[in-house]
Design a protein around this ligand. Sequence first.
Ligand code: ATP
Ligand code: MG
Length: 419
Amino acid sequence: MNIKALNGFKDILPGEVELWQRLEALARDIFARFNFSEIRLPILEKTDLFARAIGESTDIVEKEMYTFVDKQVTMRPEATASLLRAYIEHGLHVQKPVQRLFTIGPMFRHERPQKGRLRQFHQMDAEVLGSASPRVDAEMMAMGAMLLAELGLSVSLEMNSLGCPVCRPGFRTSLLAFLDDRHQALCDDCKRRSSTNPLRVLDCKNPKCREQVLEAPSLLEHLCADCADHLSGVQEGLEQLGVQYSLNKFMVRGLDYYTRTTFEFITGDLGAQAAVGAGGRYDGLIEQLGGPRVPGIGFALGMERLVLLLQQQEAELAASGVDLLVAGLGEQSSRYGFGLTHALRTGGMRVVMDFEGRSLKSQMKQAGKLGVPYVLILGENELVKGKAVLRNMATQEQQDILLQDEATTVQTLVTLISA
Ligand code: ATP
Ligand code: MG
């Protein structure tokens, strides 16, 4: 039997997982700075939820969902729809007029696996429900930018406004007229899209289509007064917070629910998979899903792509995180060390000890490899005298430790090592 993981599904092994942990820890720290609370959501939802929230004629719903047809359920392809389902189901708007929530976890899309594109991938997702203030839009982009900057990544921010149900139909009509004249020159996907979802033609990656839409009408010129005001409020906020961005009138996100502000964090370092994160406002969506009439905005960062970037810049991995290696030399010492190790762990320390009876030399070598700051050497002779030796690996200084009752010994070691 030789069973391998599914294509597009990946194990995250020790050595790489430390980067994931660092990424997640920093994200949690930054979400907390902005007063976001965590929400944990199920991975399986009714298929209808995604069809209604994301939109029937999007790539995701048309061809990327993992759906169990007989049960009418789907592995979530993104987090926003599930999060809104939970928000509505539990009446979270009643508890707090403005909810700031984040969630981290796997998403599933049946697309062609390649570098930075998997079938099970992970997102860190943040959503603010209940505020229409353009300051919230600016704050969301600033929060994403802060996380990327603190990771040491240089990523650019692009923004657009997709208008609202008041101004988008007029824009759609003039875009349709424009595309009609160029129908033959478009790729097959766009020929189809121009009737089902014409805005998507604007951000088709096919060079033929790109050339055709260069002169296309811009949403930014069709915004109604309210949407134009909102956009200038967002721009003012971004300027005040010192967030660099550029307006991209061709950016149309691949989900139908967006209104007004949409944005993407873009890198030049991952080839075709240029977007490390994206989001936008969805002011009508909660109501459309049967919830209260409440505006919302959110974004998601793709963790695989962030980890690739961190690996490319050879980010310092977090140290192995071990505080102490206990080296037992001989059976009596190992027996004593086995108990002491457990007592130290109970006392909160991260301790390694192995039971293979290796020489001191090879245990010191292992300590070096792990980057352990201290080694406690338990020799048979010392043990008889009620002593052990604590070695500081950085300074190579050694000191005797008096082995008293276990609690006192633990206390002594904890104090010395955390000093
Ligand atoms: P792309 O244009 O690359 O297909 P998208 O617009 O489909 O991205 P979103 O649905 O907005 O992506 O998801 C937000 C982020 O999640 C993306 O910016 C990306 O970093 C990440 N992401 C999306 N799909 C995948 C995938 N299949 N594998 C890995 N990461 C992904
Ligand atoms: Mg996609």
